[in-house]
Write a protein that binds this ligand. Structure first.
Ligand code: PSU
Ligand code: MN
Length: 310
């Protein structure tokens, strides 16, 4: 066990017994959704993982300690503080962890990248979230490419998501993942989903229809010593999806607003998420909650099958 990491009691027990565990991120709680829906969703997601036969491990940094497995009060505190909590990606981990030994131990909410790192340290291979970060539109001049993609290239954790939001440049995001050797597996689809809608028009080469099949592919990837992660792209259910015209218009407005305000760096994604939610009057939040729950269920099913292979 890494000396900077604490496992929650239930998570430690499950891992010791080789039972299925699903990692969950915390930036989606602090920066991805408003209070109180963020806390309600995080707790519902944990319940959905349990119902599907796995143990949830929500990941964050509290008082400078890496945590895999938060309790209800810890999740609630992160949700209440929201964007005051440090959004922690790979490069933020050292200073946050070092703060434990200083006068002011810090808290951090982990992005997809940082959650993958902590999950891997804990021995958790399966991780559910809403959407991954990617190559931003205009990256050819801004150089804005999420550290999530680099992490998927090197860290052995599979991320179950609803694709990526079209706040990003989805074709470039898929090209990047191909370059880095990251499998992108469509769940019962041949198309990369666009988060709020099941369709992006972008074809995937790989699809799977059952969780056992995905588990075997992950086993093969890591058994081959290839390292790195995988993206399991689970389209939002049609019933929960947004109207494409409505969401596209909101995203265009949000992007213009971000550009005119000069939003940069790690603030870009949270700014766009909040703006889209504001512009769609909360409809996007409902879709977001529904798709995260769907991803949690699929991740648990994959974790159950993966545990059988050990
Ligand atoms: N996309 C979403 N919801 C989110 C995020 C992305 O639809 O909550 C969060 C995730 O934590 C992701 C992070 O890892 O934003 C990516 O931020 P950046 O683009 O700064 O790498
Ligand atoms: Mn960025």
């Amino acid at each position: 066990m890494n000396k900077y990491l604490d496992l929650g009691g239930e998570v430690a027990e499950a891992l010791a017994k080789g039972l299925p565990v699903v990692a969950l991120e915390s930036t989606i709680i602090s920066h991805g959704m408003p209070y109180p829906q963020n806390v309600e969703t995080a707790l519902m997601v944990e319940a959905a993982v349990r119902e599907a036969g796995a143990v949830p491990a929500t990941i964050a940094i509290l008082g400078g300690r890496l945590k895999a497995g938060l309790d209800r009060s810890q999740i609630t505190a992160l949700g209440l503080r929201g964007r005051e909590v440090v959004k922690a990606s790979r490069r933020d981990l050292p200073r946050l962890v070092a703060s434990a030994g200083g006068p002011a131990p810090m808290d951090g909410a982990t992005t997809v990248a940082a959650t993958m790192i902590v999950a891997a340290l804990a021995g958790i291979r399966i991780f559910a979230t809403g959407g991954i970060g990617g190559v931003h539109r205009g990256a050819e001049s801004s150089f804005d490419i999420s550290a999530d993609l680099e992490e998927l290239a090197i860290t052995e954790v599979a991320v179950i998501c609803a694709g990526a939001k079209s706040i990003l440049d989805l074709p470039k995001t898929l090209e990047y993942l191909e370059t880095k050797g990251v499998p992108v597996i469509g769940w019962r689809t041949d198309e990369f989903p666009a988060f709020y809608t099941p369709h992006s028009g972008l074809r995937l080469e790989e699809h799977a229809d059952d969780a056992a099949d995905i588990a075997r592919r992950l086993k093969a990837k890591w058994g081959l010593g290839l390292g790195g992660g995988a993206v399991i792209a689970n389209p939002i259910a049609e019933a929960d999806a947004m109207d494409k015209l409505v969401i596209d218009a909101a995203i265009e407005d949000a992007l213009k607003d971000a550009a005119s305000k000069g939003v940069k760096g790690k603030d870009v994604t949270p700014f766009l998420l909040a703006k889209v939610k504001e512009l769609t009057g909360g409809e996007s939040l409902e879709s977001n909650i529904a798709l995260v729950l769907g991803n949690a269920r699929l991740a648990a099913a994959i974790a159950v099958e993966y545990a059988k292979l050990k």
